[in-house]
Design a protein around this ligand. Structure first.
Ligand code: SF4
Length: 326
């Protein structure tokens, strides 16, 4: 039986952090063996919030190196840029005719982002980026999309777009299912609920052991554990969340030690530091190979884009035929 197809995408924001690994890449690596997977560099999506395109190319290369270092295999699951497969824009244009402004404005994720980013005037492109996402997914007839909870409303919009197109013009598209990431969010070093480069609270996948420690030793912990022997509350401490992810075998002892006051925060952070660096060591080694051979990275992207264009042009031919265009 043919494998189901999955489309995963990320904006090219440069070097990735451990939150990206936990929230997306770890899942993508697993999915590339279970599904026919495609990996999209969502470079047009960057324009929805930032018109400065001067660093998009370098950010793309940095991100792709992280993808490769983590274990994504482009031979199995191609990488490609949205801007280099023109059918994304074409299908986006058609899909824009299927969705009302009112429906897009009801999108809870969008409302939250507008509030968080303090945006007064939003562009048409920003309002309609879930439609561009729908085009990204449906161009490859994705059956599933790996997402965090906050992206589920967008997958619902994709499903609505697919349904509307199929009803009006005839069946072309599947209705993709969201594949929820189990461990979807890692808190930032400042205690913010989200690790994010814009908040400067990250541990990068490319950080050296020394960098990791410099960052981790300043990380916010339970504010009520002031002295070493004070009992702590691991459930409100971000370092404990990191332990759960990178040091699962010692979680029970750390929880006991923290609660009883036997374990101090510095020692706890040192243990966490060791485990995170243990996880990052093979990634750093792999990075060197790609950083020293950027042509290899460019070729990986070019090959992925050739493969993506074949599927995208086939879908668009079907769309035009159903719509009696051309
Ligand atoms: S001992 Fe560890 S888990 Fe407890 S508050 Fe300190 S850093 Fe957090």
């Amino acid at each position: 039986m043919a494998k189901k197809r999955v489309l995963s995408g990320m904006r090219p924001t440069g070097k990735l952090h451990i939150g990206h690994y936990v929230g997306a890449l770890e899942n993508w690596i697993k999915l590339q063996n279970e599904y026919e997977s495609y990996h999209l560099v969502a470079d047009y999506h960057v324009l929805t919030t930032d018109l400065d395109t001067s660093e998009i190319y370098q950010n793309t290369i940095d991100m792709i190196i992280d993808w490769l270092a983590c274990g994504l295999e482009p031979e199995k699951a191609p990488f490609f840029r949205q801007s280099q497969v023109k059918e994304h824009s074409e299908l986006y244009l058609i899909f824009n005719m299927l969705m009302t402004k009112a429906r897009l404005e009801r999108n809870p994720t969008l409302k939250e982002q507008i509030r968080d980013l303090n945006m007064d005037n939003i562009t048409i492109g920003y309002l309609s980026y879930p439609i561009l996402q729908a085009a990204d997914i449906l161009l490859y007839k994705g059956n599933a999309v790996p997402v965090g909870e906050d992206q589920v409303p967008h997958v619902e919009i994709t499903r609505e777009v697919a349904r509307k197109f199929n009803n009006v013009f005839g069946d072309v598209f599947p209705e993709p299912e969201p594949l929820l990431t189990r461990f979807s969010r890692l808190p930032g070093l400042d205690g913010d609920s989200k690790m994010s480069k814009s908040l400067n609270n990250t541990i990068l996948l490319s950080d050296s052991p020394d960098n990791v420690w410099q960052k981790l030793k300043k990380a916010v912990t339970d504010t009520q554990k002031v002295r070493r022997n004070d009992p702590g509350r691991p459930d409100v401490c971000l370092v404990f969340t990191y332990h759960k992810k990178f040091n699962p075998n010692e979680v029970e002892n750390i929880e006991k030690g923290c609660k009883s006051g036997e374990l101090g925060c510095v020692d706890c952070k040192k243990m966490c530091n060791d485990k995170i660096n243990e996880f990052l060591a093979p990634l750093l080694e792999k990075r060197i190979k790609y950083e020293n051979d950027i042509d290899l990275v460019k070729n990986i992207l070019a090959e992925g884009e050739t493969k993506a264009r074949v599927i995208a042009s086939t879908t668009m031919a079907e769309v035009r035929e159903k719509m009696k265009l051309g």
